[in-house]
Design a protein around this ligand. Structure first.
Ligand code: MRU
Length: 340
């Protein structure tokens, strides 16, 4: 399955809000539909939203009817700003926009720029699959034959151009002949685990068991879950990692139970401008996502609700950060500098 695909003058996006019940692909020709698609989480997952923004920017360049390069550039920079405001936490979004802006602010011919932006977006897509396969190869040694591995949220094909980061490591271990079973946390409130990870693994015939988020400690203590692997939205220089809300709680339970806790992410997730996780902008999403499950209200009218969409796991709770360039074991105290 493809979460996103470039199709010359349009972008095809799998509507992840409708999974697992309906597999619907929407075709977009306007960049602002893609801004909304990111905001409304039709497409989600750090690498995937970066690619969506790049493709949206390439589409915008095709549609702007401006002949003056300075005006064209000004319009394009404004559109890049719209994409940058779609979601705040995933570093990959800003990394992708920066790559596109480099072209926008250097190429002098409009048609040439249009072509280069399209090529760059398509390149980002194919690079991402290669990157994830490398992450998989670098991380598979941490998983042993017979392991039950827990994951949180969705860091799979649906969150990337394909193969996935955390799920990529699991896929690589399975491709090497290891028997791996996955425990997927449902991931309240948006249910990426129940709706997306369970769906994608089942589709690939990878053994998967769905658990609610509050069962993780129990299954770790019982010796059922042997390892934890998650993706990341932003990693600070010291290795502190922002990922889907609930990740921190699992890392605490893993540490207490001496269970290895791995983070798998591309270099594009690392924000070297941040010394620690304290500086990471945590998205607060609509309280409706907590109060309603689809259209069903599950809490009293007028109740006070909080909805941070991410949390930060301190580096000392992470056993290794697995990237395409290499692995940092026990990042606490040394951070991720050696990758750059
Ligand atoms: O809010 P989401 O669904 O975009 O959050 C996604 C996650 O937290 C993923 O775990 C993370 O982006 C890694 S995806 C390879």
């Amino acid at each position: 399955m493809n979460a996103i695909k470039w199709n010359k003058d349009s972008v095809i996006i799998l509507d992840q809000r409708r999974l697992p019940l309906d597999e619907v692909y929407n075709t977009y020709r306007n960049y602002y539909d893609i801004v909304n698609s990111i905001k409304e989480m039709e497409i989600r997952g750090a690498p995937a939203i970066g690619i969506a923004a790049a493709m949206g920017i390439a589409l915008a360049a095709k549609s702007i009817r401006e002949n003056n390069i300075n005006d064209f550039r000004a319009d394009m920079n404004e559109i890049c700003g719209l994409f940058a405001s779609a979601r705040p936490t995933a570093n990959n979004l800003f990394w992708a926009i920066k790559r596109m802006k480099k072209i926008i602010n250097s190429v002098k011919d409009i048609n040439e720029m249009r072509k280069m932006l399209e090529n760059e977006a398509v390149k980002m897509y194919s690079e991402d699959i290669e990157t994830n396969k490398k992450i998989g190869r670098n991380g598979s040694r941490f998983l042993s034959d017979g392991d039950i591995v827990m994951t949180h949220c969705n860091a799979g094909s649906l969150a990337t151009a394909g193969y996935g980061t955390a799920l990529g490591v699991i896929r690589a271990a399975i491709e090497e002949g290891k028997k791996i079973e996955v425990f997927a946390c449902e991931t309240r409130p948006y249910l990426q685990g129940a709706r997306l990870t369970a769906w994608e693994l089942q589709k690939d015939k990878i053994p998967v068991t769905l658990i609610t988020d509050n069962m993780s400690g129990h299954f770790m203590k019982e010796g059922v879950i042997r390892k934890v692997i998650v993706g990341a939205d932003r990693i600070a220089s010291n290795g502190d990692t922002a990922n889907k809300i609930g990740t921190y709680m699992h890392s605490v339970a893993a540490k207490t139970n001496n269970i290895p806790f791995y983070v798998a992410a591309p270099l594009s997730t690392i924000d070297t401008s941040l010394a620690s996780g304290e500086g990471i902008d945590i998205e607060e999403r609509s309280i409706d996502e907590v109060v309603y499950i689809r259209s069903e209200q599950i809490a009293p009218e007028g109740i006070s609700v909080r909805h941070p969409a991410f949390d930060v796991t301190p580096a000392e709770f992470i056993s290794a950060i697995i990237t395409e360039k290499g692995v940092i074991e026990n990042p606490a105290g040394k951070g991720v500098k050696e990758l750059f």
